[in-house]
Ligand binder design. Structure first.
Ligand code: INI
Length: 158
């Protein structure tokens, strides 16, 4: 049976062009996700000097910028990073829903993996716990997902 179950030690990402689009809203959290993602790319041999970093106002703007990058900038994968934290109004639900839906649509429409690295949390403590705290760093996990998808695409010849 042919197997396509690629572990980090088997990633094939030499020369991969990874772009990151990061929301500026909740920057204290997003910067931690960004550092986790960049450090993970470094550890897999991709220089942060070669990565494209684009900032947008908030998570709601991530999908459109990701689509622009995926279509125009020759990216092998785009990592979308943001942090949406629940407030007193339903605004949170709209921002989360559109970020998730739009990021999935950007992937489907362009064929470029667009990775969902957006925290959706009830409060800042939950966000910190997932941005280098007790639940790890979701920016790091998003970077690993991007590297795995690049590797999978190369192995499948897709
Ligand atoms: N954007 C975020 O990235 N996180 C949030 O928590 C957030 N909240 O809570 O409002 C948020 N709002 C801004 C939104 O993403 C857009 O930038 C704005 O609505 C302009 O389109």
């Amino acid at each position: 049976m042919a197997r396509y179950d690629i572990s980090p030690s088997e990633y094939d990402v030499r020369g991969a062009r990874i772009s990151i689009v990061a929301a500026r809203f909740n920057d204290a959290i997003v910067s931690l996700l960004l550092e986790g993602a960049l450090d993970t790319l470094d550890r897999h041999g991709l220089s942060r000097d070669d990565a494209l970093l684009v900032r947008v106002p908030g998570a709601y703007e991530l999908p459109l910028a990701a689509r622009w990058i995926a279509k125009g900038a020759g990216a092998d994968a785009v990592i979308a990073l943001g942090a949406v934290i629940r407030g007193d109004t339903p605004h949170f639900d709209y921002v989360c829903a559109e970020a998730a839906r739009g990021i999935q649509a950007a992937s489907a429409e362009t064929g470029v993996p667009v990775i969902f690295g957006v925290l959706t949390c009830d409060d800042e403590a939950q966000a910190h716990a997932r941005a280098g705290g007790e639940h790890g760093n979701k920016g790091r996990e998003a970077a690993l997902a991007a590297l795995e998808m690049v590797s999978l695409r190369r192995r499948l010849g897709a």
